[in-house]
Design a protein. Structure first.
Length: 330
């Protein structure tokens, strides 16, 4: 451990979600020493949001010995740009949907520590390298399955950011060109519209409206069905619910077979709430991948579920971005 890390043994991790902003103060072993959270929405300006964050952080920073014990801060956020430390045109943030927000610089100015920011899927990839199942791996792809589908691509031990900081949007690869579902990005047929939690719910509504097949899901309001409802029904042996996961997993497995062609990963690592469905989603992913991947890649990639379990996973991923910062003065 270097001198700087000994003197400043902690990093702040911020998982900035569309609903909640969750902070953790994390040591180099990945142990969360203190946490706090605020609502992400409900602020007139980003300045108001940052003020609320700093106010919430003050007592937990004091709890670990003050700001002088904090090496840096890492932020995982939607539409986060690692190169610029900005959030850019994030559709689900009331204070960030209409422009470019220099959030890293704002926290750096308020807290007086280095701050790094990246999108949430890249944060998950860095977190897996430091704390999770990707330790000792140099080529892998993390796919986040939540409200949307995100991805963090690591090649030769480095996260792929591209020329502008936004590389790796595999959730917005078009997988259905004919009659593709509309996506929030403005295009149609994106992977996200089928393989996210919201995509699973959309598939459920479509099948319920176009088939007469009996299902436990028919007891629910179609407009309120969630991927959790589908998972619960499938776990009870519901045939329609199992078909929904078969469809979702096969589509994701086919996409992974395509992704292997550009990076030949050691592993695909799945991160997020939908992974709780277990074999319901993982088995069809593996089957479809094996049936569609190029022969030269067959049998090489592992299919793993994130090693960062529980509600702290995203905070650990965000903190890992802070540990990645060089030990340099502000």
């Amino acid at each position: 451990m270097d001198t700087q890390q000994t003197l400043k043994p902690y990093v702040i991790g911020l998982d900035l979600g569309g609903t909640n902003s969750v902070f953790g103060i994390v040591d180099s072993r990945g142990e969360i020493k203190a946490t706090t959270a605020i609502k992400t929405q409900g602020y007139d300006t980003v300045e108001d949001y940052v003020d609320a964050c700093v106010t919430a952080l003050e007592p937990v920073i004091d709890q670990v010995g003050g700001i002088e014990t904090i090496k840096a801060m890492g932020i995982g956020a939607p539409n986060g740009n690692y190169y610029k430390g900005t959030i850019e045109f994030a559709p689900n943030l009331s204070w960030g949907h209409s422009g470019i927000v220099p959030l890293a610089d704002m926290f750096k100015e308020r807290l007086g520590i280095p701050v790094a920011l990246t999108n949430d899927a890249n944060a998950a990839a860095i977190g897996e390298m430091i704390y999770g199942v990707a330790r000792n791996m140099k080529n892998f792809i993390v796919i986040t399955l939540g409200t949307g589908v995100g991805s963090g691509i690591v090649i030769n031990g480095q996260v792929v950011y591209g020329c502008d900081g936004f590389a790796g949007e595999l959730g917005h690869v078009i997988v259905r060109r004919e009659n593709g579902r509309p996506c929030g990005c403005g295009r149609k047929g994106c992977l996200e519209t089928y393989c996210s939690a919201t995509g699973v719910a959309r598939t459920a509504r479509e099948l319920l409206s176009t088939t007469e097949q009996p299902s436990l899901l028919r007891e629910l309001d179609p407009e309120k069905i969630t991927s959790l409802d589908v998972s619960i029904a499938a776990g009870k042996g519901d045939k329609l619910a199992n078909e929904i996961y078969e469809f979702t997993g096969h589509m994701l497995g086919e996409a992974c077979a395509d992704f292997a062609a550009f990076s030949s990963p050691e592993a695909f690592i799945f991160f997020g709430g939908m992974t709780k469905a277990g074999d319901l989603i993982m088995k069809p992913i593996q089957e479809a991948y094996d049936a569609n991947v190029l022969k030269i890649f067959k049998g090489k990639a592992k299919f793993l579920v994130s090693g960062l379990e529980g509600s702290s996973a995203a905070v650990l991923g965000a903190s890992a971005v802070g540990w990645e910062l060089e030990d340099s003065p502000l």
